[in-house]
Every structure is written in structure tokens, then in C-alpha cells.
Design a protein around this ligand. Structure first.
Ligand SMILES: Nc1ccn([C@H]2C[C@H](O)[C@@H](COP(=O)(O)OP(=O)(O)OP(=O)(O)O)O2)c(=O)n1
Length: 156
């Protein structure tokens, strides 16, 4: 699929991204590089794996983390961030999503279905009424889960 720039902008689906990534790789004869292991390393790597990518030592999750590194806690909505900083964040979030979509596709996992199923499992594991006042799991005790919620009035 090689449609126009605005294609799919209204309600982007995982299937559309999956097709875009498949076309991107096919058009460049990069299918041979998009193995499960390579895609996982592209997300997480420390070190180099690809011939045109000699300068980067961290994977996309690392690049995403670098944006938040040393900023301390960041309020929701990112007040005070410049537009180009938000755009950069969008790019790094997209890289993570795109590699995850591609990794799922290459592994034969329907990511949308798997994620929906997982949302259901999460709801069973953390029932409303038990968890809506305070986290009962010691895993989360002592953590401030409402950091920044006053900045835009949204709940986490
Ligand atoms: N073999 C490759 C190389 C790149 N991409 C796509 C998926 C990502 O969305 C993006 C990653 O490109 P880069 O490795 O150039 O990473 P960045 O765009 O983050 O550039 P930089 O590392 O310079 O910040 O390109 C891909 O599908 N397969």
C-alpha cells in the first residue's frame, strides 16, 4: 500500500499500520532483516544491527526514554513543552508502535485481538470495587499514581 499522506488519518487501525510496515519492508527488500530477533533488538537494542544505522546505540524504547531522562516527573499533557519536543515524542512513540506491530505480524500474532483479550484479562485480575479506591497489590503500594493529574484534570 503506497497511498497518500492523509490516508487513514481518521481512525488509524493496527491493520493499516501492519500493511504499511509490510509494504515498507517489501519495497526495500528488507523482509530479510525483519526477523523476530532483529525487530526485538530494534526496539530494545544496545549495539548496532543494521547497515544504514551505524550511529545509534539504543533501540526505540531507549530513544523514547531519553526524552524523559533528567526531566524529573512530567505533568500530564506536557505543559511547557515546545511543539517540536512533542513532535519528537510522537516520532519515538511511533517507532516503538511500528516495530511492535511489525514484530507481531512477523510472529503471526494478531496484536489487536491479543491486546483486547489482555484488556479483558486485566479487568478480571483487577476487579472494579476492589481496586478503585486503592491498589491492593503490594506491587503498587507507596507509588503516587496521580502525579500530574491536576494539570489537565484527567484521571489515570
Ligand atoms: N530496518 C528498518 C529500519 C527502519 N525501519 C523503520 C521503522 C521505524 O519506524 C524507523 C526506525 O528508523 P531508524 O532506525 O532510522 O530510527 P529513528 O527514526 O529513530 O532515527 P534515529 O535513530 O536517527 O533517531 O524506520 C524499519 O522498519 N526497518
Amino acid at each position: 500500500m503506497t497511498g497518500g499522506a492523509s490516508e487513514g488519518e481518521e481512525g488509524v487501525t493496527l491493520d493499516l499500520l501492519k500493511m504499511k510496515m509490510a509494504d515498507f519492508a517489501k519495497e526495500r527488500d528488507w523482509d530479510r532483516f525483519h526477523s523476530p530477533r532483529n525487530l526485538l533488538l530494534a526496539l530494545l537494542r544496545i549495539g548496532q544491527w543494521f547497515m544504514f544505522d551505524g550511529h545509534s546505540q539504543v533501540g526505540e524504547v531507549g530513544e523514547l526514554s531519553e526524552i524523559f531522562q533528567w526531566r524529573g516527573e512530567v505533568p500530564k499533557g506536557l505543559p511547557g513543552w515546545k511543539e517540536e519536543e512533542k513532535q519528537h515524542l510522537g516520532e519515538e512513540l511511533s517507532d516503538v508502535l511500528l516495530y511492535l506491530v511489525r514484530l507481531s505480524d512477523i510472529c503471526g500474532i494478531d496484536l489487536g485481538k491479543a491486546a483486547l483479550r489482555k484488556v479483558g484479562l486485566n479487568a478480571l485480575k483487577y476487579p472494579v470495587g476492589v481496586c478503585n479506591k486503592a491498589y491492593s497489590s503490594s506491587k503498587y503500594e507507596g507509588k503516587d499514581n496521580n502525579v500530574g493529574s491536576q494539570s489537565n484534570g484527567s484521571e489515570s
